[in-house]
Design a protein. Sequence first.
Lengths: 67, 305
Amino acid sequence: MTISAKLDLTAAPPTLTVTSDKRKVSVEVSAVGEKTTATGMFPVTVTDSLGKVWKSVSDDGTTATFS
Amino acid sequence: MPTVTVTAAGESTTVDYTPAAGPLWGAAFQTTADCTPVENPAGRPVGVHRTYWVPGQEVAALAQSRADVAAGRVPWVSYKLPVTWAQAKTGAADTWARSITAGLATLPGPVMLTWHHEPEGDQSPLSDFVAMHDRLYQFSRPFPNIRCGPILTGYNQIFGTDPAQKPAAMWPGEFTSGDFFGMDAYMYWGTAKGGAYYSIGPKYWTPIAAFAKFKGVPWAIGEWGISKDAAVRNRSENGGVTTQITDAYDTAVRLGGCLALSYFDCGLNSTRNASDGTPAWPLDPTTLTAFVDVLNASPPAPKSW
């Protein structure tokens, strides 16, 4: 899945919904016989041509919502 | 068109501020309700057309509204009442208001309705106006094509000192009903009245949008205007572009929740330009060009709400 974005201007305030399944990363590391898994998540950056600052409302790692 | 670009995990995409979701863009046009000076150069109808009526003009008002819908506009009908607010709040205008809303319900498209715009100072107390509005609103509720809401004067709420007219007193809290919240907005710099110079969209729209958000309804501007002299100053400071017009629309888009922006392209009851004494608010030819450009970027009138 590639990244997608949906802008709903009928909501008050407007909402921006961003969806991507490539943000979650998981790396397995091992040393001296022990293993562990490190997980992380690439952030979503938002650039608005009007200068509006979009604030994060929710983010489950796949779907991020801003208003 | 404004855009939003999002980036994550090395991918990015850009979305427009979709025109179909933006506010309706239109005006009140002189006393003849002739929209052609704007619509002809645009090649399309305005999104919203504001008209003003008093008791006795019901047939003409409905005919104009029907013509607006047929032309692809959302009519925004403003009515003064046949009785006082105090009388209306206890039922004296019920039959009349029911007739108005029943007529508007027969229109084959959306319509906006306002009872007694700019009420401040016309009668007292304002609590009677609120009670009147709450009562008459009930008559439009059964009809899905009608959106009804008040239009406050705006200047009184944003700049005034009368505590009874402050948003905290009139809004939010007092109104218990309405499909939208409307205000008017004028910048008096360059007029005989005088005042500060600012960009009218950000100055007025921001608090209005906040009030509407608190109430949980869309907001709308029933009248707005900048003087001819202000437009000239605006262009001289911005490379010949009337940014006041574009900023008004873009700010509404950015804030969200805006149903309609209706300019007061009318010399009636207009304050005067300080420079030459002509009516301040009508669009001059250069400002009209900017107005038409925004119209062409704004959504068409919807077929239904």
